[in-house]
Design a protein around this ligand. Structure first.
Ligand code: SF4
Length: 486
């Protein structure tokens, strides 16, 4: 394996407090030969995991299109397939390994096809070695730190027909001006930072994405202004922990300052994710409350409602501090919706500790939640804890939790019945062309019948029914014939 460059777990853990990440502008420069490599060839990118990965997938597509490749929906027509992976849970990884296996049949029929893998999975030392050893079909492998090397790596594979494996562990750099093919024409992800230094004890992200490094606010603003000029209605500011934005820079711009500057651009809708309760300060709450174009929706991961478990998770807040923050957000931001993440069955979690999580759910009555059974990630401190709770018991707890989460989700959605809301239209229902769908400011999915709605427009919908995971409604036109109703 010596000819390959593989990640190193020890290096991945290393942090340097005085590190200033280099900024690499114009990060992808293609040679003349690279610009022609994909002409008359097709590509397909399969992305798993979080929004940061979705954004990386857009960049990978952008690079491939600059190399002349054309997107194909059909795997059988693809000349290159890239799996852009997630390592947050074991199940997600198993799925990817299953997909690599299933690509064998395509490769047999089309031996010149290139199968590549990137993202968080190959950033783990053991996993990278495993893929190299057991999956010879994978000819191209790169990590989260070197997406911009894709043209060179791919050119090497195509010209030598030898595997090009280059994944390294690093504190990380900031890449600007990356090409991308955005998923939507009306809403866009904007990375404001990468990496994470929180080291929650169960989480692999700090090891796979490196040290926290924020983009300069001027570069972020330039991207947002360009998106606005291109007609985008909504942007989502992305980072593993957006509230810590700027703490690694000496530019004197906090996340609250950044929100203010982005809001000043006048773009219609601003969202952000993900927030760590530890870094969520009152000024941020005030800015969100004051600015109409910052959407009243906050994802506030709880993870556990029990203080001992929170400590073992290294979450740096207590259940009391979380509640106080939750209350301040609810009190100050009008009609705010709050969603959360919860992990059930952290090693040795007792029934009593789990019931503290249930109590917190009763208190917060979340609009939406992502709940999971704890998944041990090799190399993290939590994975080393010997666990006495059976998987069956954890699954039972998850079911009990989901029942309560579902109850409150529906209860919150029912409150919207009869109200008229603004919806940014995403597209048509997959099963019924007479129904379109979109999202409210509170990030509630609405399926509605329409008369003249267009994708990318912000329209009014009267909510007729609130269900567990979505709202139903009908398009209305306040100010016109049904003005008097509102
Ligand atoms: S804040 Fe914690 S859970 Fe979130 S990415 Fe960082 S280490 Fe993982």
């Amino acid at each position: 394996m010596n000819e390959y460059r593989l990640p190193n777990a020890k290096q991945a853990r290393f942090r340097n407090k005085t590190y200033q990440a280099p900024i690499i502008y114009d990060a992808v420069k293609l040679t003349d030969s690279q610009k022609k490599l994909g002409v008359n060839l097709n590509y397909h990118v399969i992305t798993y995991g979080c929004q940061a990965n979705v954004r990386d997938g857009e960049v990978i597509s952008g690079i491939l299109e600059q190399m002349g490749y054309t997107f194909s929906d059909a795997l059988s027509k693809a000349d290159i397939i890239i799996l852009n992976t997630c390592a947050i849970r074991e199940n997600a990884e198993k799925r990817v390994l299953g997909v690599i296996g299933s690509l064998q049949s395509y490769k047999r029929k089309k031996p010149e096809m290139v199968v590549g893998i990137c993202g968080c999975m190959p950033q783990q030392e053991q996993m990278a070695q495993n893929i190299v050893a057991k999956y010879p079909i994978v000819e191209l492998m790169f990590g989260t730190h070197n997406i911009s090397s894709l043209p060179t790596l791919l050119e090497n594979v195509l010209t030598t027909r030898k595997r090009n494996i280059e994944v390294f562990s690093a504190l990380g750099s900031i890449y600007e001006d990356l090409p991308s093919v955005r998923q939507f024409r009306h809403k866009a992800f904007v990375n404001i930072m990468d990496g994470c230094d929180k080291f929650c004890s169960y989480c692999i992200v700090p090891y796979t994405r490196g040290q926290q490094r924020s983009r300069r606010w001027e570069d972020i603003l330039k991207e947002v202004k360009r998106l606005k000029e291109e007609g985008y209605q909504e942007i989502t500011l992305l980072g593993q922990n957006v509230n810590a934005y700027g703490k690694d820079l000496d530019q004197g711009c906090t996340f609250a300052d950044l929100l203010e500057k982005v809001s000043d651009t006048g773009i219609r809708r601003i969202r952000f994710t993900t927030s760590h309760p530890w870094d969520f300060d009152d000024r941020m709450i005030d800015i969100i409350a004051q600015r109409d174009n910052i959407m009243p929706f906050i994802h506030l991961p709880l993870q556990s409602g029990n203080d001992e478990i929170l400590k073992l998770m290294n979450r740096r807040y207590t259940s009391k501090q979380y509640k106080e923050l939750f209350d301040r957000i609810k009190e100050k931001i009008k009609d705010v919706a709050i969603s959360t993440d919860i992990i059930v069955g952290f090693p040795n979690e007792t029934e009593e500790q789990f019931s503290d999580t249930l109590k917190m759910v009763e208190y917060c009555q979340y609009d939406n939640a992502y709940s999971f059974v704890f998944s041990a990630r090799e190399g993290t401190p939590a994975a080393r804890i010997e666990d006495s709770v059976s998987l069956e018991e954890k699954k039972r707890r998850l079911q009990r939790l989901n029942e309560r989460l579902g109850y409150y989700s529906k209860l919150n959605n029912k409150k919207w019945e009869g109200q008229v809301v603004e919806v940014l239209v995403d597209g048509f229902s997959k099963t019924n062309p007479e129904i379109m769908s979109g999202y409210t400011p509170q990030q509630k999915l609405v399926n509605f019948s329409y008369d003249n709605a267009q994708i990318g427009a912000i329209i009014y919908v009267k909510i007729t029914q609130g269900m567990k995971n979505s709202l139903n409604g009908v398009q209305v036109h306040p100010g016109k014939e049904n003005h008097e109703q509102y």
